[in-house]
Design a protein around this ligand. Sequence first.
Ligand SMILES: Nc1ncnc2c1ncn2[C@@H]1O[C@H](COP(=O)(O)OP(=O)(O)OP(=O)(O)O)[C@@H](O)[C@H]1O
Ligand SMILES: Nc1ncnc2c1ncn2[C@@H]1O[C@H](COP(=O)(O)OP(=O)(O)OP(=O)(O)O)[C@@H](O)[C@H]1O
Ligand SMILES: [Mg+2]
Ligand SMILES: [Mg+2]
Lengths: 165, 165, 156, 156
Amino acid sequence: VHIKKVEIYGFKSFGFTNKVINLEKGMMCITGPNGSGKSNILDAIAFALGENSPKSLRVDKLHSLFHDDNNEQKRKNIRVSVTFDNSDRVIPVDANSVTITREMPFDGDSIYYLNGKHVSKSTITDLLDVALATPNRLNNVQQGMIMRIAELNSEERRKILEDII
Amino acid sequence: VHIKKVEIYGFKSFGFTNKVINLEKGMMCITGPNGSGKSNILDAIAFALGENSPKSLRVDKLHSLFHDDNNEQKRKNIRVSVTFDNSDRVIPVDANSVTITREMPFDGDSIYYLNGKHVSKSTITDLLDVALATPNRLNNVQQGMIMRIAELNSEERRKILEDII
Amino acid sequence: KRKIFMESFEKVDKDIRYIFSTMTDNLGSAWLEVEDTDNIFESGLSLMIQFPNKPARESTSLSGGEKTIAAITFLLALQSLRSSPYYLFDEVDAHLDAQNTERLLKILIEKSKVSQMIIVTLKDMIASHANLVYGVYAKNGVSNIIKYKSNIEVTV
Amino acid sequence: KRKIFMESFEKVDKDIRYIFSTMTDNLGSAWLEVEDTDNIFESGLSLMIQFPNKPARESTSLSGGEKTIAAITFLLALQSLRSSPYYLFDEVDAHLDAQNTERLLKILIEKSKVSQMIIVTLKDMIASHANLVYGVYAKNGVSNIIKYKSNIEVTV
Ligand SMILES: Nc1ncnc2c1ncn2[C@@H]1O[C@H](COP(=O)(O)OP(=O)(O)OP(=O)(O)O)[C@@H](O)[C@H]1O
Ligand SMILES: Nc1ncnc2c1ncn2[C@@H]1O[C@H](COP(=O)(O)OP(=O)(O)OP(=O)(O)O)[C@@H](O)[C@H]1O
Ligand SMILES: [Mg+2]
Ligand SMILES: [Mg+2]
């Protein structure tokens, strides 16, 4: 299982046109000048997979996730999809590819879709948990945070091992 | 007023031979591979000028500041001196150069010297305060901390201004 | 409980040794130590790191760049317990010199055979070894994406 | 008390505008705003930043590299209130791309005429513009220092 596609619409610096990123197995790199939108792509992936804390998404409140370049468009929804290659069936869904979509209206709760079908958030998080694909601080190291991992004290390290077991 | 010399003996990765760094006005750069001792030089300057918090000196306890390569030498003292060019008399001492030396014995309190004369720590901190030369988080930005300055919230920014006034 | 913990500890310790010596061409070594084997669940785990030609030290007293290498070693070693299908790394190479960037590259390439690595970097050395590179740029405040095939010299 | 605060505020605001437009060749602008002028001491100060060809934003919602530039601007602007004789900057350029490294360099050179700048960096672009460069290296776990004259190409 790996991420084979990410689609971003209206999320942060990504405007209200659908942007598609096709990925493969192995090592993928994202590069570009400061302020171009690199970290926002990682935020979009975490967002689609259920991350709901403004701090983890690097905003003051969830409303700030809406692309802010054009205010009248605020009524448009944010939509981010992450498609996994599931030919090894690590995600317990009987399909070669699994697409998780999160849509957030400006004035309501997020709606989640699994391969196009409306499902609850807990369905998504349960599936991701089984596949160990839920974004967390051990598989998603944000900008500047690598030093914090190195500065964990010995107790915190033990607790990380205990949590995993 | 500027720093024209730093002498380091027994502090962290600097062994028990006196290392001297002559500096000038303007922009001074320190470069070199990872783990060579660059940040330790900045720590040494902060240490000599009175910094006493282990966390700010990036150690668990002050004893860890002793160069640890050779245990039997532990009985040697740490000694760091910072010499300022004081021809503009910004530091209220009537001398063209002001040398502040901090010596730390393995099992006792630090001893401070001002141009070779034994003085109390508060004499040193008072002089530095007048010259605005006390190391603090606004003139000494440690590795990885620049992001934290940018992430100050608006209240913290106001408090910084209030403190300075 | 103690038995399960120690089995997991052994696995992670073994992987830490392997990863760090791979990164340093067998010149360095790293390992995990239980601080107090009689009170495992009240004490902690020390991550010991020895860079080539240097004494062994606990990872918290290393330099900034050395700490980055230690952290990557620990994170990827946890894979032996819980293998994540993907890793998102955002400029983890920021404080690395050329030698340690190369060490990082070596282990990322090796581990990318097991888990997908999605790496944000400003360094050509890393980007030029990727299977695929995406360039991102902003125009009028909106982000756009362009795909490069791999092994193309990417100027940032 | 309010009068003194506002005088200081004006000074810092003026310097923020100057520093940021110097760094961006007058293409960008930055300024300080009092959130609530009726309740100065209960509200905060917003640092507004507008990079060239981008909308103005509060500094906390910028990218990592943009935040570095914003932080440097704020720190150096405080000099107009309280001018420190020296600055110690440890790899503040770590997350900057080439363009922003150049902007940082520009303001460091200018402000180094007023205060001494002691800069740890791994980037040649910065080191090669210094008045003086020290190289540090470790041998058998002990740090040594060697002095280069300035404007020599320093490879790290
Ligand atoms: N809601 C939003 N609408 C529009 N732009 C936004 C929004 N939120 C953040 N931005 C902008 O998105 C831009 C890109 O941010 P991002 O953090 O992804 O940059 P980056 O490519 O990671 O840069 P760096 O190399 O500096 O880390 C920033 O300029 C930021 O101000
Ligand atoms: N008490 C000590 N005795 C000997 N060595 C020490 C001591 N404390 C720290 N060190 C070592 O000093 C070395 C240099 O540390 P320092 O943080 O100055 O490196 P640096 O040049 O800033 O590297 P980087 O580019 O990675 O930030 C490290 O390898 C560290 O383990
Ligand atoms: Mg970023
Ligand atoms: Mg350092």
